[in-house]
Design a binder for this molecule. Structure first.
Ligand SMILES: Cc1cc2nc3c(=O)[nH]c(=O)nc-3n(C[C@H](O)[C@H](O)[C@H](O)COP(=O)(O)OP(=O)(O)OC[C@H]3O[C@@H](n4cnc5c(N)ncnc54)[C@H](O)[C@@H]3O)c2cc1C
Length: 188
């Protein structure tokens, strides 16, 4: 429901969005958060590429000339996992100024594994591995969430833009990260 408006959603496709790799789009970033694999068919046959290896640069992907995305494989959601997603946009349906999705594998209150992916913060959808490292093996209390927010600057380098200066985008990303980790801590 956060992707544009009904008319766009009725025509746009999951594969088209991932192939286009707009860094402001939700689906490409969520393939990263979910650890998805992109199935590609081309003149040389079929191959599968991890989302982590698929997005190369601005609107540039691992797709070669003549290749098509034919499927996107998303691992099944498990009972020990928690997911949170949100974005900040000026108006509902607009591309986000910053957005984030995360998937955590938990043992009770402890995070055993987490994948966090941002969109609208750089040239590609962006996993924040430094932030992830601060959370693995930890419990989500206020202190840990603040440490994760502090680590964000090392993972993100938002591009300069007249409308949204990098410092503002980084601030929005920090706010989102704090909110979403708070929701994960409550069992989102
Ligand atoms: C007004 C407006 C608002 C929008 N807002 C948002 C938004 O908030 N969030 C968001 O994520 N998107 C948004 N979009 C983009 C929309 O979701 C696009 O439709 C989508 O990103 C592209 O998907 P598509 O299926 O239409 O692909 P197309 O536009 O048909 O294709 C995009 C590109 O990918 C190629 N392609 C398509 N399918 C494949 C495939 N299977 N394999 C290989 N290459 C392929 C095409 O050749 C083309 O180069 C918006 C679009 C509009 C017009």
């Amino acid at each position: 429901p956060v992707v544009a408006h009904p008319a766009i959603r009725n025509r746009g496709t999951f594969g088209g969005s991932v192939a286009l790799a707009d860094p402001a789009s939700e689906f490409p970033a969520m393939t990263l958060a979910l650890g998805a694999e992109i199935e590609i068919a081309g003149p040389a046959g079929h191959r599968r590429v991890k989302a982590d290896d698929f997005f190369i640069d601005l609107f540039e992907t691992a797709l070669q000339p003549g290749e098509l995305i034919t499927a996107i494989h998303v691992p099944l959601f498990r009972a020990d996992q928690r997911f949170a997603f949100d974005e900040l946009a000026r108006r509902r349906g607009d591309y986000a100024l910053a957005g984030c999705g995360m998937l955590a594998t938990c043992a009770g209150a402890r995070i055993d594994d987490i994948r966090i992916s941002f969109f609208s913060v750089g040239n590609t959808p962006t996993r924040v591995k430094g932030v992830e490292a601060t959370l693995i093996g930890a419990r989500l209390d206020a202190e840990r969430i603040a440490a994760a927010q502090g680590a964000l600057e090392g993972d993100l380098a938002p591009p300069d833009s007249d409308e949204v200066p990098p410092a503002m985008r980084l601030h929005l990303a920090r706010v989102l990260l704090g909110r979403l980790l708070g929701r994960l801590g409550e069992g989102a």
